[in-house]
Design a protein around this ligand. Structure first.
Ligand code: TYM
Length: 416
Protein backbone atom coordinates (compact mmCIF):
# COMPACT_ATOMS: atom_id res chain seq x y z
CA UNK A 1 0.00 0.00 0.00
CA UNK A 2 1.35 3.41 -0.86
CA UNK A 3 2.32 5.97 1.76
CA UNK A 4 -0.25 8.48 0.63
CA UNK A 5 -3.00 6.14 1.75
CA UNK A 6 -1.14 5.39 4.99
CA UNK A 7 -1.27 9.07 5.77
CA UNK A 8 -4.96 9.29 4.97
CA UNK A 9 -5.61 6.24 7.11
CA UNK A 10 -3.94 7.80 10.12
CA UNK A 11 -6.00 10.94 9.62
CA UNK A 12 -9.04 8.69 9.51
CA UNK A 13 -10.51 10.35 6.43
CA UNK A 14 -14.14 9.44 6.47
CA UNK A 15 -13.49 5.93 7.77
CA UNK A 16 -14.16 4.52 4.33
CA UNK A 17 -10.86 3.01 3.39
CA UNK A 18 -11.75 -0.51 2.69
CA UNK A 19 -8.77 -2.73 2.74
CA UNK A 20 -5.57 -1.85 4.53
CA UNK A 21 -3.38 -4.56 3.10
CA UNK A 22 -4.23 -4.92 -0.58
CA UNK A 23 -6.39 -2.64 -2.69
CA UNK A 24 -7.53 0.69 -1.39
CA UNK A 25 -10.83 2.40 -2.18
CA UNK A 26 -11.59 5.91 -1.03
CA UNK A 27 -15.17 7.05 -1.36
CA UNK A 28 -16.44 10.26 0.20
CA UNK A 29 -18.27 13.36 -1.09
CA UNK A 30 -14.97 14.92 -2.25
CA UNK A 31 -12.90 12.04 -3.49
CA UNK A 32 -13.51 8.74 -5.23
CA UNK A 33 -10.52 6.60 -6.09
CA UNK A 34 -9.36 3.02 -6.15
CA UNK A 35 -6.05 1.28 -6.68
CA UNK A 36 -7.90 -1.43 -8.66
CA UNK A 37 -8.06 -1.26 -12.49
CA UNK A 38 -11.72 -2.32 -12.27
CA UNK A 39 -12.44 0.55 -9.86
CA UNK A 40 -14.21 0.65 -6.51
CA UNK A 41 -15.29 -2.70 -5.09
CA UNK A 42 -18.97 -1.85 -4.62
CA UNK A 43 -19.74 -5.12 -2.89
CA UNK A 44 -17.27 -4.29 -0.10
CA UNK A 45 -18.32 -0.64 -0.04
CA UNK A 46 -21.96 -1.62 0.48
CA UNK A 47 -20.97 -3.68 3.52
CA UNK A 48 -18.57 -1.06 4.84
CA UNK A 49 -21.19 1.70 4.66
CA UNK A 50 -23.88 -0.59 6.08
CA UNK A 51 -26.16 -0.22 3.04
CA UNK A 52 -28.18 -3.04 1.49
CA UNK A 53 -27.39 -4.51 -1.90
CA UNK A 54 -30.09 -4.24 -4.56
CA UNK A 55 -30.90 -7.88 -5.29
CA UNK A 56 -32.59 -9.40 -8.32
CA UNK A 57 -35.59 -10.10 -6.03
CA UNK A 58 -35.91 -6.39 -5.28
CA UNK A 59 -35.73 -5.57 -9.00
CA UNK A 60 -38.45 -8.18 -9.64
CA UNK A 61 -40.54 -6.52 -6.93
CA UNK A 62 -40.17 -3.16 -8.68
CA UNK A 63 -41.20 -4.76 -11.96
CA UNK A 64 -44.28 -6.40 -10.50
CA UNK A 65 -45.34 -3.18 -8.76
CA UNK A 66 -44.93 -0.87 -11.74
CA UNK A 67 -46.03 -3.51 -14.22
CA UNK A 68 -43.27 -2.79 -16.73
CA UNK A 69 -39.53 -3.26 -17.16
CA UNK A 70 -37.56 -1.14 -14.68
CA UNK A 71 -34.97 1.37 -15.94
CA UNK A 72 -31.76 -0.15 -17.32
CA UNK A 73 -29.75 1.77 -14.70
CA UNK A 74 -31.50 -0.46 -12.16
CA UNK A 75 -31.56 -3.77 -14.03
CA UNK A 76 -27.84 -3.50 -14.93
CA UNK A 77 -26.80 -2.98 -11.31
CA UNK A 78 -25.65 0.62 -11.83
CA UNK A 79 -28.01 1.59 -9.02
CA UNK A 80 -26.67 -1.12 -6.76
CA UNK A 81 -27.38 -0.30 -3.10
CA UNK A 82 -30.09 1.22 -0.96
CA UNK A 83 -31.37 2.04 2.47
CA UNK A 84 -35.09 1.29 2.97
CA UNK A 85 -35.98 1.46 -0.72
CA UNK A 86 -38.08 -1.66 -0.04
CA UNK A 87 -40.09 0.34 2.52
CA UNK A 88 -40.70 3.06 -0.08
CA UNK A 89 -42.02 0.40 -2.48
CA UNK A 90 -44.39 -0.86 0.23
CA UNK A 91 -45.54 2.71 0.88
CA UNK A 92 -46.24 3.14 -2.83
CA UNK A 93 -48.34 -0.06 -2.87
CA UNK A 94 -50.20 1.06 0.26
CA UNK A 95 -50.71 4.52 -1.28
CA UNK A 96 -48.81 6.17 1.57
CA UNK A 97 -47.23 9.52 0.64
CA UNK A 98 -43.52 10.04 0.10
CA UNK A 99 -41.36 12.44 -1.92
CA UNK A 100 -38.12 12.51 -3.90
CA UNK A 101 -35.06 14.56 -3.01
CA UNK A 102 -31.78 14.96 -4.88
CA UNK A 103 -29.27 17.73 -5.56
CA UNK A 104 -26.28 19.26 -7.22
CA UNK A 105 -23.26 21.16 -5.92
CA UNK A 106 -22.79 23.94 -8.52
CA UNK A 107 -19.00 24.06 -8.85
CA UNK A 108 -18.79 24.43 -12.63
CA UNK A 109 -20.95 25.83 -15.40
CA UNK A 110 -20.77 22.63 -17.40
CA UNK A 111 -22.14 19.50 -15.79
CA UNK A 112 -20.64 16.21 -16.95
CA UNK A 113 -22.22 12.92 -17.97
CA UNK A 114 -21.86 11.54 -14.43
CA UNK A 115 -23.99 14.32 -12.98
CA UNK A 116 -26.72 13.41 -15.42
CA UNK A 117 -27.14 9.88 -14.03
CA UNK A 118 -29.03 10.65 -10.79
CA UNK A 119 -31.25 13.13 -12.65
CA UNK A 120 -32.11 10.69 -15.46
CA UNK A 121 -33.00 8.07 -12.87
CA UNK A 122 -34.90 10.48 -10.63
CA UNK A 123 -36.96 11.63 -13.60
CA UNK A 124 -37.88 8.00 -14.23
CA UNK A 125 -38.86 7.60 -10.56
CA UNK A 126 -40.97 10.77 -10.72
CA UNK A 127 -42.79 9.37 -13.75
CA UNK A 128 -43.51 5.97 -12.23
CA UNK A 129 -44.37 7.10 -8.70
CA UNK A 130 -46.01 10.42 -9.56
CA UNK A 131 -44.73 12.11 -6.39
CA UNK A 132 -43.44 15.60 -5.55
CA UNK A 133 -39.76 16.28 -5.71
CA UNK A 134 -37.24 18.76 -4.31
CA UNK A 135 -33.82 19.50 -5.83
CA UNK A 136 -31.21 21.27 -3.71
CA UNK A 137 -28.54 23.44 -5.36
CA UNK A 138 -25.80 23.75 -2.74
CA UNK A 139 -24.21 27.05 -3.75
CA UNK A 140 -23.22 27.50 -0.09
CA UNK A 141 -21.36 24.14 -0.08
CA UNK A 142 -19.31 25.04 -3.12
CA UNK A 143 -18.50 28.45 -1.63
CA UNK A 144 -16.89 26.62 1.29
CA UNK A 145 -15.11 23.99 -0.77
CA UNK A 146 -14.02 25.80 -3.93
CA UNK A 147 -12.24 29.01 -4.74
CA UNK A 148 -15.49 30.72 -5.79
CA UNK A 149 -17.40 33.75 -4.54
CA UNK A 150 -20.99 33.47 -3.37
CA UNK A 151 -22.10 35.39 -6.46
CA UNK A 152 -20.28 32.87 -8.68
CA UNK A 153 -21.70 29.76 -7.00
CA UNK A 154 -25.18 31.27 -7.11
CA UNK A 155 -24.84 32.01 -10.83
CA UNK A 156 -23.61 28.45 -11.39
CA UNK A 157 -26.62 27.14 -9.45
CA UNK A 158 -28.95 28.92 -11.87
CA UNK A 159 -26.99 27.67 -14.90
CA UNK A 160 -26.97 24.08 -13.57
CA UNK A 161 -30.70 24.33 -12.82
CA UNK A 162 -31.23 24.75 -16.59
CA UNK A 163 -29.47 21.44 -17.22
CA UNK A 164 -31.59 19.78 -14.56
CA UNK A 165 -34.85 21.19 -15.91
CA UNK A 166 -33.78 19.97 -19.37
CA UNK A 167 -33.97 16.41 -17.97
CA UNK A 168 -37.75 16.80 -18.14
CA UNK A 169 -38.94 17.28 -14.55
CA UNK A 170 -42.54 18.38 -14.36
CA UNK A 171 -42.97 21.98 -13.19
CA UNK A 172 -46.06 21.29 -11.09
CA UNK A 173 -44.32 18.47 -9.20
CA UNK A 174 -40.79 19.88 -8.83
CA UNK A 175 -39.26 22.55 -6.58
CA UNK A 176 -35.62 23.49 -7.28
CA UNK A 177 -33.92 25.73 -4.76
CA UNK A 178 -30.58 27.43 -4.20
CA UNK A 179 -29.56 27.27 -0.54
CA UNK A 180 -28.58 30.92 -0.64
CA UNK A 181 -32.03 31.96 -1.85
CA UNK A 182 -34.19 29.52 0.07
CA UNK A 183 -32.54 30.00 3.49
CA UNK A 184 -33.42 33.68 3.25
CA UNK A 185 -36.96 32.92 2.09
CA UNK A 186 -37.86 30.16 4.53
CA UNK A 187 -37.75 30.27 8.30
CA UNK A 188 -38.90 26.62 8.25
CA UNK A 189 -35.86 25.46 6.25
CA UNK A 190 -33.41 27.38 8.42
CA UNK A 191 -35.14 26.12 11.59
CA UNK A 192 -34.60 22.53 10.47
CA UNK A 193 -30.94 23.22 9.72
CA UNK A 194 -30.53 24.62 13.24
CA UNK A 195 -32.35 21.69 14.84
CA UNK A 196 -30.05 19.26 13.06
CA UNK A 197 -26.95 21.28 13.98
CA UNK A 198 -27.95 21.09 17.64
CA UNK A 199 -28.11 17.30 17.49
CA UNK A 200 -24.74 16.61 15.81
CA UNK A 201 -21.43 17.27 17.53
CA UNK A 202 -17.97 17.94 16.11
CA UNK A 203 -16.73 14.45 16.96
CA UNK A 204 -19.48 12.95 14.80
CA UNK A 205 -18.65 15.30 11.92
CA UNK A 206 -14.96 14.39 12.26
CA UNK A 207 -15.62 10.69 12.13
CA UNK A 208 -18.31 10.75 9.41
CA UNK A 209 -16.69 13.30 7.07
CA UNK A 210 -13.01 13.22 8.07
CA UNK A 211 -13.10 16.96 8.74
CA UNK A 212 -10.61 18.34 11.26
CA UNK A 213 -9.72 21.27 13.44
CA UNK A 214 -8.27 23.29 10.57
CA UNK A 215 -11.37 23.02 8.38
CA UNK A 216 -13.56 26.11 8.24
CA UNK A 217 -16.61 26.09 10.48
CA UNK A 218 -18.61 26.56 7.25
CA UNK A 219 -17.62 23.09 6.09
CA UNK A 220 -18.30 21.66 9.53
CA UNK A 221 -21.87 22.98 9.76
CA UNK A 222 -22.75 22.32 6.11
CA UNK A 223 -23.88 18.67 6.45
CA UNK A 224 -26.97 19.91 8.32
CA UNK A 225 -27.91 21.95 5.23
CA UNK A 226 -27.83 18.87 2.97
CA UNK A 227 -29.74 16.92 5.65
CA UNK A 228 -32.60 19.41 6.15
CA UNK A 229 -34.42 18.79 2.81
CA UNK A 230 -35.00 15.17 3.93
CA UNK A 231 -37.72 16.51 6.21
CA UNK A 232 -41.12 17.70 5.00
CA UNK A 233 -41.08 20.48 7.62
CA UNK A 234 -38.44 22.27 5.53
CA UNK A 235 -41.08 22.83 2.81
CA UNK A 236 -44.35 24.06 4.36
CA UNK A 237 -45.43 25.51 0.97
CA UNK A 238 -45.41 21.93 -0.39
CA UNK A 239 -46.42 19.76 2.55
CA UNK A 240 -48.36 22.17 4.77
CA UNK A 241 -47.82 22.81 8.46
CA UNK A 242 -45.64 20.18 10.12
CA UNK A 243 -47.71 17.55 11.99
CA UNK A 244 -47.53 13.87 12.95
CA UNK A 245 -48.69 12.85 9.48
CA UNK A 246 -46.23 14.99 7.52
CA UNK A 247 -43.44 13.71 9.80
CA UNK A 248 -44.19 10.15 8.69
CA UNK A 249 -43.78 11.15 5.06
CA UNK A 250 -40.44 9.73 4.01
CA UNK A 251 -38.18 10.97 1.29
CA UNK A 252 -36.34 8.81 -1.22
CA UNK A 253 -32.94 10.12 -2.35
CA UNK A 254 -31.48 8.86 -5.64
CA UNK A 255 -27.78 9.76 -6.01
CA UNK A 256 -24.32 8.23 -6.28
CA UNK A 257 -22.98 6.56 -3.14
CA UNK A 258 -20.50 9.40 -2.44
CA UNK A 259 -23.35 11.28 -0.74
CA UNK A 260 -24.04 8.50 1.80
CA UNK A 261 -22.11 10.15 4.67
CA UNK A 262 -24.64 13.01 4.67
CA UNK A 263 -27.58 10.69 4.82
CA UNK A 264 -26.06 8.30 7.36
CA UNK A 265 -25.88 11.33 9.61
CA UNK A 266 -29.44 12.36 8.71
CA UNK A 267 -30.84 8.91 9.48
CA UNK A 268 -29.26 9.16 12.89
CA UNK A 269 -30.92 12.48 13.74
CA UNK A 270 -34.32 11.78 12.09
CA UNK A 271 -35.91 9.91 15.03
CA UNK A 272 -34.62 12.56 17.45
CA UNK A 273 -36.63 15.11 15.45
CA UNK A 274 -39.67 12.81 15.39
CA UNK A 275 -39.23 12.07 11.67
CA UNK A 276 -39.18 8.84 9.68
CA UNK A 277 -35.69 8.06 8.36
CA UNK A 278 -34.98 9.07 4.76
CA UNK A 279 -34.48 6.27 2.23
CA UNK A 280 -31.77 6.19 -0.43
CA UNK A 281 -31.02 4.46 -3.68
CA UNK A 282 -27.36 4.63 -4.71
CA UNK A 283 -25.57 4.40 -8.03
CA UNK A 284 -21.97 3.58 -8.81
CA UNK A 285 -19.80 6.21 -10.52
CA UNK A 286 -19.21 6.83 -14.17
CA UNK A 287 -15.46 6.36 -14.27
CA UNK A 288 -13.06 8.92 -15.66
CA UNK A 289 -12.13 8.53 -19.32
CA UNK A 290 -8.65 7.41 -18.25
CA UNK A 291 -9.88 4.40 -16.27
CA UNK A 292 -12.01 3.17 -13.40
CA UNK A 293 -9.50 4.13 -10.68
CA UNK A 294 -11.18 7.54 -10.40
CA UNK A 295 -14.63 8.91 -11.16
CA UNK A 296 -15.52 11.38 -13.86
CA UNK A 297 -14.92 14.67 -12.08
CA UNK A 298 -15.87 18.26 -12.96
CA UNK A 299 -12.57 19.60 -11.63
CA UNK A 300 -10.45 17.31 -13.86
CA UNK A 301 -11.29 18.49 -17.36
CA UNK A 302 -9.73 15.65 -19.34
CA UNK A 303 -11.46 12.96 -17.26
CA UNK A 304 -14.89 14.11 -18.35
CA UNK A 305 -17.35 14.51 -21.17
CA UNK A 306 -19.31 17.67 -20.51
CA UNK A 307 -22.88 18.41 -21.48
CA UNK A 308 -21.47 21.43 -23.36
CA UNK A 309 -19.00 19.42 -25.49
CA UNK A 310 -19.30 19.58 -29.27
CA UNK A 311 -19.63 16.37 -31.36
CA UNK A 312 -15.98 16.77 -32.33
CA UNK A 313 -14.78 17.21 -28.77
CA UNK A 314 -16.70 14.07 -27.76
CA UNK A 315 -15.17 12.12 -30.62
CA UNK A 316 -11.65 13.33 -29.88
CA UNK A 317 -11.89 12.76 -26.13
CA UNK A 318 -13.17 9.21 -26.55
CA UNK A 319 -10.67 8.32 -29.27
CA UNK A 320 -7.75 9.89 -27.47
CA UNK A 321 -8.39 9.28 -23.77
CA UNK A 322 -10.93 6.47 -23.23
CA UNK A 323 -8.94 3.68 -21.62
CA UNK A 324 -9.17 0.52 -23.67
CA UNK A 325 -9.41 -3.04 -22.40
CA UNK A 326 -8.32 -4.18 -25.87
CA UNK A 327 -4.99 -5.75 -26.70
CA UNK A 328 -1.92 -3.93 -28.05
CA UNK A 329 -2.12 -5.30 -31.60
CA UNK A 330 -5.05 -6.29 -33.80
CA UNK A 331 -3.65 -9.82 -34.08
CA UNK A 332 -3.38 -10.24 -30.33
CA UNK A 333 -6.85 -8.74 -29.82
CA UNK A 334 -8.40 -11.09 -32.39
CA UNK A 335 -6.72 -14.00 -30.66
CA UNK A 336 -7.24 -13.17 -26.98
CA UNK A 337 -10.16 -10.71 -27.02
CA UNK A 338 -10.74 -7.57 -24.95
CA UNK A 339 -11.48 -7.13 -21.25
CA UNK A 340 -14.83 -5.38 -20.76
CA UNK A 341 -14.31 -5.12 -16.98
CA UNK A 342 -11.68 -2.40 -17.52
CA UNK A 343 -12.71 -1.10 -20.95
CA UNK A 344 -14.05 2.44 -20.51
CA UNK A 345 -16.10 2.52 -23.77
CA UNK A 346 -17.90 -0.67 -22.66
CA UNK A 347 -18.39 0.72 -19.14
CA UNK A 348 -19.95 3.89 -20.57
CA UNK A 349 -22.18 1.88 -22.92
CA UNK A 350 -23.54 0.10 -19.84
CA UNK A 351 -24.73 3.49 -18.55
CA UNK A 352 -26.07 4.87 -21.83
CA UNK A 353 -26.95 2.16 -24.37
CA UNK A 354 -30.59 1.36 -23.72
CA UNK A 355 -30.85 -1.76 -25.88
CA UNK A 356 -29.96 -4.78 -23.68
CA UNK A 357 -29.58 -7.20 -26.61
CA UNK A 358 -27.23 -4.90 -28.49
CA UNK A 359 -25.15 -4.34 -25.38
CA UNK A 360 -24.89 -8.08 -24.75
CA UNK A 361 -23.81 -8.64 -28.36
CA UNK A 362 -21.10 -6.00 -27.98
CA UNK A 363 -19.93 -7.68 -24.78
CA UNK A 364 -19.69 -11.07 -26.51
CA UNK A 365 -18.02 -9.73 -29.66
CA UNK A 366 -15.50 -7.61 -27.81
CA UNK A 367 -14.64 -10.34 -25.31
CA UNK A 368 -13.85 -12.89 -28.04
CA UNK A 369 -11.93 -10.35 -30.13
CA UNK A 370 -14.47 -10.13 -32.95
CA UNK A 371 -15.01 -6.44 -32.20
CA UNK A 372 -12.01 -4.11 -32.07
CA UNK A 373 -11.31 -1.22 -29.73
CA UNK A 374 -11.90 1.35 -32.52
CA UNK A 375 -15.29 -0.22 -33.26
CA UNK A 376 -16.57 -0.14 -29.68
CA UNK A 377 -15.39 3.48 -29.42
CA UNK A 378 -17.30 4.32 -32.60
CA UNK A 379 -20.52 2.92 -31.11
CA UNK A 380 -19.97 4.93 -27.95
CA UNK A 381 -19.16 8.17 -29.79
CA UNK A 382 -22.44 7.97 -31.71
CA UNK A 383 -24.53 7.34 -28.60
CA UNK A 384 -22.89 10.07 -26.51
CA UNK A 385 -23.03 12.59 -29.36
CA UNK A 386 -26.78 11.92 -29.69
CA UNK A 387 -27.44 12.19 -25.94
CA UNK A 388 -25.44 15.42 -25.58
CA UNK A 389 -27.01 16.96 -28.71
CA UNK A 390 -30.50 16.11 -27.46
CA UNK A 391 -29.65 17.58 -24.05
CA UNK A 392 -28.25 20.77 -25.59
CA UNK A 393 -31.37 21.23 -27.72
CA UNK A 394 -33.64 20.82 -24.69
CA UNK A 395 -31.46 23.09 -22.55
CA UNK A 396 -31.45 25.86 -25.17
CA UNK A 397 -35.24 26.10 -24.74
CA UNK A 398 -35.04 26.70 -20.98
CA UNK A 399 -35.59 30.40 -20.34
CA UNK A 400 -34.78 32.46 -17.24
CA UNK A 401 -38.54 32.71 -16.60
CA UNK A 402 -38.82 28.93 -16.58
CA UNK A 403 -35.95 28.64 -14.09
CA UNK A 404 -37.67 31.23 -11.91
CA UNK A 405 -40.91 29.24 -12.06
CA UNK A 406 -39.20 26.01 -10.90
CA UNK A 407 -37.34 27.91 -8.17
CA UNK A 408 -40.33 29.76 -6.73
CA UNK A 409 -41.60 28.30 -3.44
CA UNK A 410 -45.16 27.20 -4.19
CA UNK A 411 -47.68 24.40 -3.80
CA UNK A 412 -46.93 21.30 -5.86
CA UNK A 413 -49.49 19.02 -7.42
CA UNK A 414 -49.86 15.54 -5.98
CA UNK A 415 -52.70 13.28 -5.20
CA UNK A 416 -52.50 12.78 -1.43
P1 TYM B 1 -22.40 16.87 -7.05
O1 TYM B 1 -22.70 18.14 -7.74
O2 TYM B 1 -20.98 16.52 -6.77
O3 TYM B 1 -23.02 15.69 -7.87
C1 TYM B 1 -24.38 15.74 -8.31
C2 TYM B 1 -24.93 14.32 -8.35
O4 TYM B 1 -24.15 13.53 -9.27
C3 TYM B 1 -23.62 12.39 -8.62
N1 TYM B 1 -22.32 12.13 -9.25
C4 TYM B 1 -22.08 11.09 -10.06
N2 TYM B 1 -22.85 10.05 -10.44
C5 TYM B 1 -22.31 9.12 -11.26
N3 TYM B 1 -21.03 9.18 -11.74
C6 TYM B 1 -20.22 10.23 -11.38
N4 TYM B 1 -18.98 10.28 -11.86
C7 TYM B 1 -20.74 11.24 -10.51
N5 TYM B 1 -20.24 12.37 -9.96
C8 TYM B 1 -21.22 12.91 -9.21
C9 TYM B 1 -23.57 12.75 -7.14
O5 TYM B 1 -23.63 11.62 -6.30
C10 TYM B 1 -24.83 13.60 -6.99
O6 TYM B 1 -25.97 12.78 -6.84
N6 TYM B 1 -23.42 17.76 -2.18
C11 TYM B 1 -23.99 17.39 -3.47
C12 TYM B 1 -25.25 18.19 -3.81
C13 TYM B 1 -26.47 17.69 -3.10
C14 TYM B 1 -27.07 16.41 -3.25
C15 TYM B 1 -28.20 16.40 -2.38
C16 TYM B 1 -26.75 15.30 -4.05
C17 TYM B 1 -27.23 18.38 -2.20
N7 TYM B 1 -28.26 17.58 -1.77
C18 TYM B 1 -29.02 15.27 -2.30
C19 TYM B 1 -27.56 14.19 -3.96
C20 TYM B 1 -28.67 14.16 -3.08
C21 TYM B 1 -22.97 17.55 -4.58
O7 TYM B 1 -22.04 18.33 -4.48
O8 TYM B 1 -23.26 16.78 -5.71
Amino acid sequence: MCEMYDEILTEGLNGVIINKTEDVDIVNPWNVSSTRATGVDYEKLTKKFGCTKITSELIKKVKSIINKDPHHLLTRGIFFAHRDFDIILDMYVQKKPFFLYTGRGPSSEAMHLGHLIPFIFTKWLQDIFDVPMVIQMTDDEKFFWKDLTLEQTHTLAIENAKDIIACGFELDKTFIFSDLDYISQSRAFYSHILRIQKLVNFNQIKSIFGLGESDSIGKIQFPAVEAAPCFTGSFPHIFGVENAKTKEMRCLIPCAIDQDPYFRMTRDVAPKLGYAKPAMIYSSFIPSLQGAQTKMSASEEMTSIYLTDTPNQIKNKINKFAFSGGKDTIEEHREKGGDCSIDIPYQYLKFFMEDDKKLEQIYQDYTIGKMLSGEIKKQLIQIIQDIVKDHQEKRSKITDEMVKAYMTPRKLKFSY
